[in-house]
Design a binder for this molecule. Structure first.
Ligand SMILES: [Zn+2]
Length: 216
């Protein structure tokens, strides 16, 4: 299974779930979940972390609890946070981040018992349990989404790729399953669609290809 956080590993485990917990001799509420990467049953300790969902970097920083952290504003209501990164995040405030884009490395900075990723979702000012969203696209029922249209190419991943795949399938250029991963079949689908529409047949989904996809 591919993971949304640790691209070089084949899975992750949740070492601490969301909700009440006792730590450091105090009872408190864990406002996110803790994850570590695993491969072949072994734990990876310093893997690269990628963004679960795309958005705009709202803040990067360091504090004694969170260690190195990055916060990504996903939509008006929703902020996602990634904490305890090994070094300063590899993105900076104001950057646009796509789902699956590297943002830093797992570490143990801040108040931790070991290397892990703390992932949190804050929605309308409240922390919610991220677990239901771990292996699915983040979709908030009943709310309207501003669809971001990043340039997509082979190797791209995430919600925007899934949107692309669904559009292609609907236009008769099926890319296989809409799995959010831009692989060979998606590439063939894009090229077929571009050829059909008289666009440059480069397999890269830029503004013109998006326009053609959405305007059809
Ligand atoms: Zn945590």
């Amino acid at each position: 299974m591919a993971t949304r956080f640790f691209p070089n590993y084949d899975n992750y485990i949740i070492t601490s779930p969301f909700g009440p917990r006792k730590l450091w001799g105090q009872t408190g509420t864990h406002n996110g979940i803790d994850l570590v990467a695993t491969k072949d049953g072994k734990t990876g300790r310093t893997d690269q972390i990628t963004a679960h969902t795309g958005g705009t970097v709202e803040k990067v920083g360091y504090d004694d609890n969170s260690g190195n952290f990055v916060r990504i504003q996903v939509d008006k209501q929703t902020l996602m946070v990634y904490c305890h990164l090994r070094d300063k995040p590899t993105v900076k405030k104001g950057d646009t981040v796509a789902a699956g884009q590297p943002i830093g490395y797992m570490g143990k900075t801040g108040r931790v018992t070991g290397a892990h990723l703390h992932f949190g979702i804050r929605q309308d000012g409240r922390w919610i349990d991220p677990e239901p969203y771990l292996d699915t696209d983040y979709i908030q029922p009943g709310k309207t989404y501003d669809l971001k249209l990043p340039q997509l190419e082979r190797g791209s991943r995430g919600d925007s790729v899934k949107a692309l795949q669904i559009l292609l399938a609907g236009l008769g250029h099926s890319p296989g399953t809409a799995d959010g991963i831009f692989g060979g079949r998606t590439l063939a689908g894009v090229k077929g669609f571009q050829k059909d529409r008289g666009l440059a047949c480069d397999g890269i989904v830029g503004p013109k290809t998006w326009e053609a996809l959405l305007g059809s």
